[in-house]
Design a protein around this ligand. Sequence first.
Ligand code: HEC
Length: 193
Amino acid sequence: MDLSIEKGFALRNRTFTIALAAAATLALGACTKEQPYQIDLPMKELMGHVIDPAAWTFWRTTGWVDDETGTHNRLPTTEEGWLAAETGAVTVAEGANLLMLPGRREDDGDWMKIAKQLYDASMESRQAVIDRDEQKMFDTGGKMYEACVACHAKYLLPKLPPEERDATFAPLPEVAPKDKGATLMKVPAEPPK
Ligand code: HEC
């Protein structure tokens, strides 16, 4: 047998083995790096279907309304109502985590800071519900709202054409009864049953 051929084969064989090993390592690498979560839902839908309705589930139970008979708070009046308010708050908090996922977040700086602000405000809102604290619910709801606005101001509005920048997307604040010195949120209609 010609030695050089045998050596050539051995070498090729070795190269092939190395190539295989490299492919296996790559595959393994890809495997361990594979995301265990899915981020297919576009940001617009995450906002419209998850974050926004959850925020309103909480917000609509806060603040005060004026009518001919005086100023009334909008606190829940049943256990079910309180539970819904709490559910709204924790859903926004967990929604804030979804905003932070790699692939969703737009940067590691302000985006993360604002999302964390939203998380904290939402968890404080939950605590305010648990405490049945009317003023705290209003204040923490305001903090939640500020986080929404801060993120939109930086990451959404600049991308819109100038004529759409005073955007008509929710949440839109409304002026509250003067004596409360507060700002009321515009409350969308109850979701259809
Ligand atoms: C960390 C950033 C961030 C935070 C916090 C945030 N948003 Fe958004 N939001 C966005 C971005 C980005 C868009 C634009 C998505 C698109 O159109 O691609 C958006 C869009 C929206 C829209 C428009 C959806 C549509 O149908 O066009 C609504 C409504 C909305 N957000 C509500 C909220 C509310 C309510 C909060 C707070 C409780 C909030 N967002 C907090 C980033 C954020």
